[in-house]
Write a protein that binds this ligand. Structure first.
Ligand code: PLP
Length: 397
């Protein structure tokens, strides 16, 4: 039965990882894969997570299933982390949520629910967006449309064109996928005023926002980065939020995330919640326990929560510090070119703004690896490779 199957080429980021590992260049630099790295290039387990794991090892009393919605305490705490404790939708029972395997599991389950409500419904995505958004929504059956987002020439958000496209081309009931913070791949985020304008636009046009929050805390702060989510939730009646704990808890391989639906009333929330459990039953049946238990342990303990907040701040401060250093080094090395946009962006990613041939030369001649679009993971830079990086970029410019 498998003869007719074609061999699919490996995902470009995964093959880049393979090429990097095989490269013998002692100066090689990995700016490709999207994981946080410390000054010495490691992606360590957070200390708060280690303590929570120890607690769990000592206290876990059963390995029985945890049930369809997942860890209930995790669900409650994550809702509050995203919306704030005072959000009226919580008191009005308008929120449903389900634990899912990572941000991707949450996005896919949301896509499945949308397709169950209306097969082939249109979802609008930013141009560009994270490459995996396309299969996550497209393979669930949704129709994908694009709104302009990043202006490569001016290294800024094309907000007017974005609004104009949604205003003129989207129809009531269409879903709009938005990066809640730390846009992947471009790092250019909406400012607070733009979020407010966009929320009003969605409300007026009857568009349903779907916020993907994979980097809460990596931009401006844990609460600050929820501005888009909270503004939307305060303005529109119905929306989705997919949250990943991969980056801010460093729980990448534990596959832990949450999908939240905010409905217009408590019936909508109850119905959505029941449909989500039913959909998940037909895909993974029961969620894994470990990641959710760790997050719940951390968020429910004053001490561990504080420690975790400190660790998130440390990661954020390091990334922002690297952004400033990269701008200074690049501007100095590449006399005349202006990279100051990198400092105005958020999260781990930015486009360097160079062409594919230059990206190839950086890889082949200097062992500097980045995605073909010139997306770099800023966290892959450090004191040891920053000068080499800037000088190499200058050589290919
Ligand atoms: C924009 C965006 N959304 C969602 C995710 C989901 O990540 P995960 O499924 O590993 O939690 C990522 C991870 O890179 C991402 O960049």
């Amino acid at each position: 039965m498998f003869e007719s199957l074609e061999i699919i080429p490996q995902d470009p980021i995964l093959s880049l990882m393979g090429e990097f590992l095989a490269d013998q260049n002692p100066n090689k630099v990995d700016l490709g894969v999207g994981v946080y790295k410390t000054e010495d290039g490691q992606t360590p387990v957070l200390a708060s997570v280690k303590t929570a794991e120890q607690y769990r090892w000592q206290n876990e009393a059963s390995k029985s299933y945890i049930g369809g919605p997942g860890n209930i305490e995790f669900n409650q705490l994550m809702r509050v982390l995203a919306l704030g404790a005072e959000h009226p939708a919580l008191a009005q029972n308008r929120v449903a949520s389900i634990q899912a395997p990572g941000g991707c599991g949450s996005l896919r389950l949301g896509a499945e629910l949308i397709n169950r409500i209306e097969p082939g419904k249109t979802i609008w995505m930013s141009k560009p967006t994270w490459a995996n958004h396309v299969p996550l929504f497209g393979e669930a059956g949704l129709s994908i449309a694009e709104y302009p987002y990043y202006d490569r020439e001016n290294c800024a958000v094309r907000f007017a064109q974005m609004c104009q496209t949604l205003e003129q081309q989207a129809k009531a009931g269409d879903v709009v996928l938005l990066h809640a913070c730390c846009h992947n791949p471009c790092g250019a985020d909406l400012n607070n005023e733009q979020w407010q304008t966009l929320a009003e636009l969605c409300k007026a046009k009857g568009l349903v926002p779907f916020l993907d929050m994979a980097y809460q805390g990596f931009g401006s702060g844990l609460a600050e980065d929820t501005f888009g989510v909270r503004t939307m939730a305060a303005t529109v009646d119905e929306m989705f939020v997919a949250i990943s704990c991969s980056k801010n808890f460093g729980l990448y391989r534990e596959r832990i995330g949450l999908l939240m639906v905010i409905a217009a009333d408590s019936h909508g929330a109850e119905a959505s919640g029941s449909q989500l459990i039913n959909l998940a039953r037909g895909i993974w049946s029961m969620p894994p326990a470990h990641g959710a238990a760790l997050v719940a342990t951390i968020l429910s303990s004053d001490e561990l929560r504080q420690q975790w907040q400190g660790e998130v701040k440390e990661m954020r401060d390091r990334i922002n510090g690297l952004r400033s250093q990269a701008v200074a080094k690049l501007n100095k090395a590449c006399g005349g070119a202006d990279f100051s946009f990198i400092e105005k962006e958020f999260g781990m990613f930015s486009f360097l703004g160079i062409g594919p041939e230059q990206v190839q030369r950086l890889k082949q001649e200097f062992g500097i690896y980045m995605v073909n679009s010139s997306r770099i993971n800023v966290a892959g830079l450090n004191a040891g490779n920053m000068d080499y990086f800037a000088e190499s970029v200058a050589k290919v410019l």
